[in-house]
Design a binder for this molecule. Structure first.
Ligand code: S3P
Length: 430
């Protein structure tokens, strides 16, 4: 199968879709159910490469997982029930898998070795190694503890007080999970609030956790209890369709069952400020997470936006698609304080600058972001996904408003988070 797609201008998008299940919550559902006592049923589990990396990792750690497609049944082993894996664990492309697993394995008294694909082996691990060592874990990594593979010999952990140097839900979650194995109360302070799915989910499995603004305390030593969980739709996947509907004239779509946790929906706030008419209806709770249906229509004029550091965590994964919206806004959109994007599945600042310039957009690159000149007529181009799912999907949406043909290379990357992306897009095209 060829790993490229050719796309042309779309007339309009119409209809209703249900986005794929949330990736972050699917990972956490596998992780927490595996270390709980008893049977957990996960409904609406995301079947994508990243979340399958987590599922397969826990099988290697001795957890019985019955995979019935979107329904997953886990026979949880309890907090001390994991077993030493016979081989290294391959976390594929998934930063969430390797970082959260590092936290758990630090408290398990056996040897484990975690690695991943070419992209994951370039992603920083020092940010989790530092606090986990302070807790007493024996943990080392390649290139003087910078990159995977990571070798962990679990130990009895002690609680620490940790001021996080960066906003990262993966780092926060790694420490919280290690905190389950620590003596005493582990305390974490974040510089800016990052996604809080771990904190929302842990108490429902029986953990004792207290959240006070940017400060989180977790008590070690508790046994977790199995629970059933229903995973809401992924806002980060829905985001591509939200922006597509805004940018393609006469579009009118409904996206059903989307997670609208405020630590995830920074893009909505920005788009509304830019002048987009987006409506949230039927707001409800699904397994402790807010969920809504989202109505989205084509918009005549968008205004440029100025985005700064404190806004970044709540829209971190929406940066690529926000850049596409900015190309159509009136004025210059600037995004700063986003240096974390340089260490995602690809260097997303570089990948967006490169692709946007190819499509004829005037862009200035900064160490920590970029600025984009709006009101630009995009022209079809040859785009490289850099094997990054969100870069592939963002430029696929750009292609639908561009003159001529856009070819995107490396589209199999979408399987990381959204295997049915192109099929879903086709169901909306009129
Ligand atoms: C994630 C956290 C974010 C995000 C990633 C998923 C998570 O990463 O970019 O796609 O599930 O915790 P960081 O925590 O490294 O910012």
């Amino acid at each position: 199968m060829s790993d490229r797609i050719e796309l042309k201008r779309a007339k309009k998008l119409k209809g209703g879709i249900i986005p794929p299940p949330d990736k972050s919550i699917s990972h956490r559902a596998i992780i927490l159910s595996s270390i709980s006592k008893g049977r957990s049923v996960i409904k609406n589990f995301l079947r994508a490469e990243d979340t399958m990396s987590t599922l397969n990792a826990f099988r290697k750690l001795g957890v019985e997982i019955d995979d019935r497609g979107k329904k997953i049944i886990i026979e949880g082993k309890g907090i001390h029930g994991l077993k030493e894996p016979e081989d290294i664990i391959d976390c594929g492309n998934s930063g969430t898998t390797i970082r959260l697993l590092s936290g758990i394995l630090s408290g398990n008294s056996f040897l484990s070795i975690l690695t991943g694909d070419e992209s994951l082996r370039k992603r920083p691990m020092g940010r989790v190694i530092k606090p986990l060592r302070q807790m007493g874990a024996e943990i080392i990594a390649r290139a003087e503890d910078k990159y995977p593979p990571v070798v962990i010999k679990g130990k009895k952990l002690k609680a620490i007080k940790y001021d996080m140097p960066m906003a990262s839900a993966q780092v926060k979650s790694a420490i919280l999970l290690a905190g389950l194995y620590a003596d005493g109360i582990t305390e974490i302070t974040e510089p800016i609030k990052s996604r809080d799915h771990t904190e929302r989910m842990l108490p429902s499995y029986g953990a004792e956790i207290k959240v006070d603004g940017l400060n989180i305390k977790i008590k070690g030593g508790a046994e977790l209890k199995a629970r059933d969980i229903d995973v809401p739709g992924d806002f980060s996947s829905a985001a591509f369709f939200i922006v597509a509907a805004l940018l393609i004239k006469n579009s009118d779509i409904k996206i059903k069952g989307v997670g609208i946790n405020p630590t995830r929906t920074g893009l909505l706030d920005v788009l509304k400020k830019m002048g987009a008419g987006i409506e949230l209806v039927n707001t409800r709770d699904v397994s402790g997470e807010p969920v809504a249906d989202i109505y989205c229509k084509g918009v005549k004029v968008l205004k440029a936006a100025n985005i700064s550091k404190k806004q970044i965590p709540a829209l971190i994964d929406e940066f690529p698609i926000l850049c596409i919206a900015a190309t159509q806004a009136d004025g210059i959109t600037t995004i700063r304080g986003a240096e974390e994007l340089r260490v995602k599945e690809s260097d997303r600042i570089k990948a967006m600058v490169e692709g946007l310039r190819k499509m004829g957009v005037e862009v200035e690159e900064f160490r920590d972001g970029l600025s984009i000149k709006g009101n630009t007529k995009l022209k079809g181009a040859l785009i490289d996904s850099h094997n990054d799912h969100r870069i592939a999907m963002a430029f696929s949406i750009a292609a639908l408003i561009a003159d001529g043909t856009t070819t995107i290379n490396g589209i199999s990357a979408v399987n990381i988070s959204f295997p049915g992306f192109y099929k879903m897009l086709r169901t909306l095209m009129r």
